[in-house]
Structure formats: structure tokens, C-alpha cells
Design a binder for this molecule. Sequence first.
Ligand SMILES: [Mg+2]
Length: 342
Amino acid sequence: MKSFMRKLKQRYFNDRKRLIWDADGTLWNFWFYFCPFADKVIPYLAEQFGVTYEEIERELGRVFKHFGTHEPILPLLFTRFRRAWAGTDEAFYEICDRYEQMLEQSRRKNLVVYPEVTSTLETIYRRHKNNWMLSDGSMHNILKKLDHLKLISLFKGIVAVRAEVPPEDTFFKPNDFARFHQVVDESEVLIESWRRRGLILHMVDKTQQKPNLAGMDWILNMGDDGRRLVKPMCKAHVLMIGDNPGKDLGVAQAAGIDALWAGYGLYVPPAYIRMIDIRLTPDGRLREDGHGISYVPTQMPPRLDRLACVSEVLRWVGFAIIQREPRVLPADAFAESVAADE
Ligand SMILES: [Mg+2]
């Protein structure tokens, strides 16, 4: 009887087989390492090019807007500073390399997952449910971050955006196209190596970002063995989790699947908001077209719940959340630690 009840309970609760995660703002926050990087790289570039901080900010903002991302490949090649550069190519590429190093350093130091992300993904993985990812980030960046955070083995499949390669005649100097391609080739090797290790990877174009259904449709039609399903997954077996109401809840609504809103992902320190929405923009003014991170839509797409923490997802897939003992420090704990320091 007991086992019958257990089976019934399992069947009732365990009907969600596939969880589709957004990456940035849901598992980690991109701005938490990008903004400290921007704080360092702006003075560095201003000194190298002999211009003001504002000129650097406007020009980077213009390039980021053009590519639709703050992490395009070698953004400095597309700035007016490259066009006006009178020095050697090598000297300019050194500045590009320094830019990448500073970004990488900040990523290593400041990219961390939100609380309970790893344990939640592990619980889902251990219980034979599958984590998938649907991200608007570029594939090589997503793989690098998942690898750095040691999360990559917890995912079955990832859909992300293909790196954009601008036409050859848009580069300012003859050697830049080859330099750019060197980086693109390296990232393609990385993507291929993960594919060979069994990760199911699919790339969409920049125009197919969420809430476009291209990536979501692909996931719903792909089996966990990497082969196309004869008929798409039952929508009741899928759950989307993301922080962006328009993109993540929007794509779930368009596909007709349930979604959870990672509301905690919206918190960003005010100085970072200023950096993203005002300083690193083409005109230094808050955008009024509904974009930017301080923008909140007036109407919310339907969702099951607003999460205060990632582990609350477990409740929606039928696993009990482990209640931790509240940590209460003894009243004299502070005095003790001060005494120990002295
Ligand atoms: Mg997001």
C-alpha cells in the first residue's frame, strides 16, 4: 500500500521532465562582473586613446548597441579609435588583448552563481530530470561560464546565439578580419569539443532571441538522446525558469508552457544600473524605447510563481525543499572574533 501511494505520488508530482533555464539573471548575474570590469577598462582605454571617459563610454555604448550584446567579439576593432589609429596593428591588438584579459580577470573573480543554484541543478539531475538551457547569450560565452562555474555536466542541452561575423568590408583595417576570425575559430573549436563530449548544442541567430520561438521549438522537438523526437514533447512536462518577463515568460507564454519568474534576478546595484542604462549608451541618456535593465513592463505574462530563491523551483517539480536550521550566532560571537583578531 505504502509503495502504491509512493508510486502514485511520484506519478502525480514527477510529471515535469524537462526544465528549461535562462542563464543570465537566473543562474548568475552578468552585470556583477561586467560593471567592475567597465570601471577599470574605461580609464585604461581613455589613457591609451588620449580621450575622455565620456568619449570611451559613448563609443563602446554604440558598438554594444550595434551588436546587441555587451560581450561581442573584439569590440574595439569596431570603434572610431581603431579607424583613427596611426600606430601599428600589433600595438592596437595589444590593447584589445588587455581588454579581454581585464574582462576575463573580472569574470574569474566576480562571476558566481546565485545561492543554491548548484545544489538545485544537482537535485534535478540526480532525480533523472533534465536541465536544458535557452539563453540569448552567445554560445561560446555560455559554455565558458558554465565550465568556470562547474555546472556544465548538469545540463543535457543548450540553445544559445551564434557569434555574429560582420562582413569583411566593415572592418577598418585589412588585418582585422583575420584577427577576428582567429577568435571565432577558437570559439568554434570550444563549441565542437563540448559537442563531442555529448552535450546537445544548438545555435540560433541573433534575430531569433526570446521571445522568438525558434530556440524553444527546437528544445521541445529534441530528445534527451540528441535525436529529433517523432512528435514534440508534451507541454505539461516542461517548465521554463527565467528572470526577464518579456523574454523568458514571453517565450513560455508563446509556446504554451508553464513558467516560473526568477524575480530575484532583477536586483542590480544602482551604480551598475547607471553604468548600463546611461553611461554605456550611444548618447549617454536613459533609453525610452522599453529596453535597458531599469525598464519594467506594465503587463506581466502569466507565470506560476515568483521565486525568491532558485531552490523554490524544486517545489514545482515535486521535491520537498530541505529546510535548513536557522543559523543563530551566540550573542558574544562578535566579541569573541574581535578578541581572536587582536
Ligand atoms: Mg535573463
